[in-house]
Write a protein that binds this ligand. Structure first.
Ligand code: SIN
Length: 540
């Protein structure tokens, strides 16, 4: 019996509406790339919560890191990635990421992505924080994600063996009898369907919407991790959430991202009196690691009675600014900020979920038949802090590997999967979820921003956990997208706060003011199976 009471018998779901060998959940770069490759050998059903173009990928500006220039080498990229990850990266995953970066770019080009080139027809390479040399490929100046999304969407649409269902909101991945049996989704009219399948690729993006300030679109509500968790998969590294230092800070306006590449081109962060704030903080100044820049901005705002910090890009020069950052220019102009002349008010924003569903080097989760890729996956490449522009690269490299694993696993089932993880079916049971919501989305976002944000400590985290304690979601029978999203956001928030409480040290993107130093005794992921089910059960 699954969470909705459907009878699951052996490999067959009695109430299923349709059957597909492989279902992909999510239509960002990871999902589209995986679908595109898998469809060469099996029909694919791609489910996406909103429209196919709506993803975190589309919003990415800076670009995609790759070992491309003659001066660069995998060793250099590996070194930069490991330094950023502060001792927690999986070295094999990082080595794969670097060594496969060139083929990954070629794969994107093969699928129609047009990267920016210089007058000699070579790819332009940008510099971003904590990279030893320029190695970021970009498109349309600062519209890299939009170009990748366009090309991949065209590519999957042209390809015959991919059925795309938009406005299809997945609420359950069914794990019964030791393996994946299918998925449940709701359409826009609130009608439920059950798809029987043996393999699912989960590529549902991140969770920036958990926070009051985020660069992420409204779709980023953390459901990837929660669906996998409900299906019994292990999660890890949830305490590591990356805050990007520079989101636009205009009251009432979205926190539109101001790419790190703007600082890569020479822009400087200043306080309201015009003093550069990074000068004495780090040898790399404005291109210091993101966690350091983000915390310095927050401290400067606090010391300045909440006055914004400004990013001054005026030194870059008009022509260079317009060519390199046309999207940022246009967006700022909407709010009467002409970046050629005016400094840009900025604030740190929740940007990237580093932890997630534990994945091996081929996208396999710990549940038989469930694969993960992109921001939903925790491959180990980012450790405690992600190096800028490694995320689009991770999507391509690990989706290619995941597609290969799917083909391989159709004939042979890996040992480590044998009946290891059972579904956590308590989550949707009526008795846990029958009370009315105790906290709305805005309340949750404020709670997370203040207590599980840039700076944490035991009291803040415990306060957040106490607030998230009570059952708060009613599911039985009356589905709505908002309710399920809120349920996912609360579940993930709680798991993140629990993880952050357990890591009694500061490392990378996780900063504890009560444990401001790193400690060697925490040089491992503390939450591979995320505490225990008992804790999670009580929590909900
Ligand atoms: C940016 O353009 O600053 C974002 C790049 C990234 O997060 O990797």
């Amino acid at each position: 019996m699954n969470n909705y009471g459907d009878q699951v018998t052996g490999m067959v779901l009695e109430n299923f509406n349709r059957k597909y060998p492989i279902v992909v959940i999510g239509s960002g770069l990871a999902g589209l790339m995986a679908a595109r490759i898998v469809s060469a050998f099996q029909p694919v059903l791609l489910l996406t919560k909103q429209k196919i173009c709506d993803s975190n990928t589309r919003h990415s500006q800076g670009g995609i890191a790759a070992v491309w220039s003659k001066e660069d080498s995998p060793d250099l990229h590996i070194r930069d990635t490991l330094i950023a990850g502060k001792g927690l990266c999986d070295k094999s995953a990082v080595a794969l990421l670097s060594r496969w970066s060139k083929p990954a770019i070629e794969k994107l080009i093969e699928n129609g992505v047009l990267f920016d080139k210089d007058s000699r027809n070579s790819f332009r390479l940008g510099l971003e924080g904590a990279h030893s040399l320029p190695r970021i490929l970009y498109a349309g100046g600062d519209a890299t994600g939009a170009e990748i999304q366009r090309a991949l969407v065209d590519s999957v649409r042209l390809h015959g063996d991919i059925e795309i269902l938009e406005d299809a909101h997945v609420t359950e991945i069914i794990n019964e009898e030791g393996r994946i049996q299918g998925v449940t989704y709701f359409n826009k009219r609130g009608e439920r369907s059950l798809i029987a399948c043996q393999q699912v690729i989960l590529a549902a993006g991140g969770a920036g919407q958990l926070y009051e300030h985020t660069s992420n679109p409204n779709t980023a509500t953390g459901e990837g991790s929660v669906l996998a968790y409900m299906a019994g998969a292990e999660l890890a590294d949830l305490e590591f959430y990356q805050f990007h230092p520079t989101g636009l800070n205009i009251p009432g306006a979205p926190n539109f991202l101001i790419s790190e590449a703007v600082r890569g081109e020479g822009a400087v962060l200043r306080n309201s009196s015009g003093t550069p704030i990074m000068e004495k903080v780090h040898p790399l100044k404005d291109l210091a690691p993101r966690d350091i820049v983000a915390r310095t901005i927050a401290e400067s705002m606090q010391a300045d009675n909440g006055s914004p910090v400004y990013l001054d890009a005026t030194g870059i020069g008009e022509d260079a600014l317009m060519k390199r950052f046309p999207t940022i220019y246009k967006n700022c102009l909407k709010y009467r900020i002409d970046i050629r002349k005016d400094p840009i008010p900025v604030i740190p924003v929740a940007h990237y979920m580093i932890g997630g569903v534990v994945s091996d080097l081929d996208g396999r989760s710990t549940v038989k038949g469930l694969y993960v890729s992109g921001e939903t996956a925790r491959t180990g490449v980012h450790g405690a802090n992600r190096l800028a522009s490694n995320s689009l690269l991770e999507c391509v490299v690990f989706s290619i590997r995941c597609a290969d694993a799917i083909r391989h696993d159709q004939s042979e089932l890996p040992e480590h999967w044998k009946n290891r993880n059972k579904a956590r079916s308590f989550i949707l049971s009526d008795q846990n979820l029958s009370q009315p919501p105790s906290m709305d989305k805005q309340g949750l976002q404020k709670l997370m921003w203040k207590n599980v944000g840039l700076e944490r400590n035991r009291d803040y985290l415990q306060y957040a956990l106490d607030k998230l304690q009570s059952p708060s979601f009613r599911f039985g029978g009356d589905y709505s997208r908002e309710k399920f999203e809120l349920f996912s956001m609360k579940t993930l928030s709680r798991l993140m706060a629990m993880s952050a409480l357990q890591r009694e040290e500061s490392r990378g993107s996780h900063f504890r003011s009560d444990f401001p130093k790193s400690s060697d005794s925490f040089l491992f992921p503390i939450n591979r199976s995320l505490a225990t089910d008992t804790i999670a059960l009580n929590a909900l």
